[in-house]
Ligand binder design. Structure first.
Ligand code: NAP
Length: 274
């Protein structure tokens, strides 16, 4: 079974560097998918209120024989609930059936709502009360990060952002490094769209690894946290079987060159206001 490395966050907590993404996993299917992932060695599970599968995630946690402290559970505050973050948190925890959460993230800044600072203040309280071990954000750009840090003095532990070889967000990552914010990559496989890329396939052949494994290794060697999603048992195993090889500097540089200004798949956080 894979021995997954941890990263140390700026609040002293440890987080597994690879976890299972749960977006588009049906609630009814979540229990069985997560159980397979735990059997394969995953310990970190990336949920969100808007994924509508917190009940299934909670069920899988309940059914697991693993001690709670071996699991790392993330959920996210949905945009419409930013002004009532405590209520939304309680609802998520009821569905998850948990006494504490490992990581709570503000899902998007949704800047036109003007409520993300208020939400961040509530997350700070939840952490102080011991209900959440670590707090962070998702899809925040430099100006949103600066604003919450300036207004509260509290640096998020994580920023979970769209990040894959065709959309590498170097400038934002440099800001993370400067502030000791851990970068976490969402859609790390580019939602499967970059698996046929010639450069990646060629590198895969060199190591006897699949494109998905090469891409995930690129994330890991760059010290990002990754949360690939799959509901396919063989892929769930494949995506965690990445600790028996290392990409060399030349391969890493070739993947760095795949970055493209047009590579974004998801919404732009500056304008996304759902
Ligand atoms: N914070 C945010 O705003 C945000 C936004 C998007 C995503 N996320 C998080 O990030 C996670 C991952 O992102 P994502 O789900 O968008 O995309 P992803 O993990 O980059 O790609 C998932 C897609 O790739 C396929 N796949 C997975 N492993 C594969 C493999 N080894 N070979 C071939 N195909 C493979 C999956 O298919 P099957 O499932 O059919 O196997 C699925 O269609 C999400 O689940 C969610 O937890 C967060």
């Amino acid at each position: 079974m894979a021995n997954i490395p941890n990263v140390k966050l700026n609040d002293g907590q440890f987080m597994p560097q690879i976890g299972l993404g749960l977006w588009k996993v049906e609630d009814a299917q979540a229990d069985s998918i997560i159980t397979q992932a735990l059997d394969a060695g995953y310990r970190s599970l990336d949920g969100a209120a808007i994924y509508r599968n917190e009940m299934g995630l909670g069920k899988a946690i309940q059914n697991s024989l693993l001690p709670r402290e071996e699991l790392y559970i993330t959920t996210k505050l949905w945009n419409d609930d930013q002004a009532e973050a405590r209520k939304a948190f309680t609802q998520s925890m009821d569905k998850l059936k948990l006494k504490y959460l490992d990581l709570y993230l503000i899902h998007w800044p949704a800047p036109r709502k003007e409520t993300y600072v208020q939400a961040w203040k509530t997350l700070i309280e939840l952490k102080k009360e011991g209900l959440v071990k670590s707090i962070g954000v998702s899809n925040f750009q430099v100006e949103h990060l600066k604003r919450i840090m300036d207004e509260t003095g509290v640096v998020p532990a994580i920023n979970q952002i769209e990040l894959h070889p065709q959309f590498q967000q170097k400038e934002l990552r440099d800001f993370h490094t400067q502030c000791q914010i851990q970068t976490e990559s969402w859609s790390p496989l580019g939602q499967g769209k970059i698996l046929e890329n010639f450069v990646i396939k060629t590198i895969g052949k060199k190591y006897g690894k699949t494109s998905a494994q090469v891409i995930l290794k690129w994330h890991l060697q760059n010290q990002f946290v990754v949360i690939p999603k799959s509901v396919t048992p063989s892929r769930i195993k494949e995506n965690i079987n990445v600790f028996d090889f290392n990409l060399d500097a030349d391969d890493l540089a070739k993947i760095n060159e795949l970055d493209s200004a047009a590579g974004r798949i998801g919404p732009n956080p500056m304008t996304a206001d759902f």
